[in-house]
Design a protein around this ligand. Structure first.
Ligand code: SF4
Ligand code: SF4
Length: 378
């Protein structure tokens, strides 16, 4: 019987442009080819993950050669391509976003491939969510996430990447309003429901594990490209590849609660001759998410009790900190400050969103555990 969604997994260990182009083309070909998802002569908004001002070799942002490969495939159906993201940096001022485009190698690719870089000053509101107007101005959104672990959501890939379509400081507001992981995951799914990317192609060649998604994580060669007809279906397949129960990832857990069909592996046709051989058995999850991994195994009353006693907060390593104050500017609770040359956190106000860890350019923010978490060896 024909399944509702399709996904493909193709092994790839290189960002060499020619080889990568063939691998990305193969992955998209296995799910039906670009023409199945994109009408010729369309306007496309490309949405890579450009989290911060960082060299692409750090594996924190979608690699520019990966973006180039997708651009070339879209050119095959004569599309007009726009590319945009709203990184976390400094509240999303335009000049900082342009700096991110430059340092991540995206500006050079855009110039060489004649793609227009856009910023998200124009917005619209739908279902109380503020989103970039470019979503409406283009015929399709093509989603190009980077595979990374994520201290708050466990993993960032298909669905979480769409959060970058929330412009600038509005992202901090969203963190403040949806500070519980389950609620935040629900908000991400609402965005996914509005945006409905036509195609998701994940750069899982190199990514981040451990305390991702940024400098506190560990770069890892995952070695594959994943293409999917649906962003949530892509995450469902990734959970399988990483040997995680689907509900270990907050967005998938919430999607299962909402009974979304793309959260069910049975609804996804997975192709690619390499798919069966995939299986990452040793993924290092973020320390802050270990609580989630434990709690989902417990009976509900015990889980509720433990949730209150098991907690994780960010911790500043003052020896590594360079006082750039990116964390202070990005804390949605405004609970961080520079006190006489040391960054301090008012833990009474901290909501453990780990936005500070996400934006620290120097990996100076670790994870502090509650006593129970320490006793349990988490
Ligand atoms: S201190 Fe860090 S984890 Fe706590 S609220 Fe601020 S950004 Fe979030
Ligand atoms: S902890 Fe990181 S982001 Fe915060 S001031 Fe220090 S170096 Fe900058």
């Amino acid at each position: 019987m024909r399944k509702l969604y399709s996904a493909s997994v193709v092994k790839c260990h290189t960002y060499n442009p020619d080889e990568l182009f063939l691998k990305v083309k193969e992955a998209i070909g296995l799910i039906g080819g670009i023409e199945k998802f994109i009408q010729p002569n369309s306007k496309i908004l490309l949405k890579p993950n450009l989290l911060m001002d960082v060299d692409p070799e750090k594996a924190i942002t979608t690699h520019p050669e990966f973006v180039r490969a997708v651009i070339k495939i879209l050119r095959g159906v004569n599309c007009k391509i726009y590319l945009g993201d709203s990184p976390s940096v400094f509240g999303g001022h335009i000049e900082d976003i342009l700096k991110v485009y430059e340092s991540t190698g995206i500006k050079a690719i855009a110039r060489e491939e004649n793609v227009e870089l856009v910023t998200f000053e124009k917005r619209f509101i739908q279902d109380s969510l503020l989103l970039a107007q470019w979503i409406k101005e283009c015929d399709y959104v093509v989603n190009l996430p980077k595979l990374k672990t994520h201290s708050f959501m466990v993993m960032t890939a298909g669905v979480k990447n769409l959060f970058g379509l929330v412009p600038g400081v509005s992202k901090l507001e969203a963190h403040k309003n949806f500070y519980q992981p389950e609620k935040f995951a629900g908000m991400l799914l609402d965005i996914y429901g509005i945006v409905k990317p036509a195609l998701t192609v994940i750069d899982a060649i190199q990514g981040i594990e451990g305390d991702g998604p940024a400098t506190s994580g560990i770069k890892r060669d995952f070695g594959f490209v994943l293409a999917a007809s649906d962003a949530l279906a892509a995450d469902t397949v990734l959970a399988k590849i990483m040997n995680l129960k689907s509900r270990a990832i907050y967005t998938n857990q919430e999607a299962m609660r909402r009974k979304l069909s793309a959260a069910d592996l049975n609804n996804i046709d997975i192709s690619g001759k390499d798919a069966a051989s995939f299986g990452i058995t040793d993924i290092k999850l973020p320390r802050a998410s270990l609580k989630q991994a434990l709690i989902y195994r417990l009976p509900e009353p015990l889980a509720r009790l433990l949730k209150r006693m098991l907690y994780f907060h960010p911790r500043i390593d003052s020896d590594v900190c360079r006082l750039c104050e990116a964390c202070i500017k990005n804390c949605p609770q405004k609970t961080m400050s520079n006190k006489n040359g040391r960054i301090v956190i008012d833990y009474a106000q901290c909501i453990s969103c780990f936005c500070c860890q996400e934006v620290c350019p120097y990996a100076a923010i670790g994870t502090k555990k509650s006593l129970l978490a320490k006793i349990m060896g988490m």
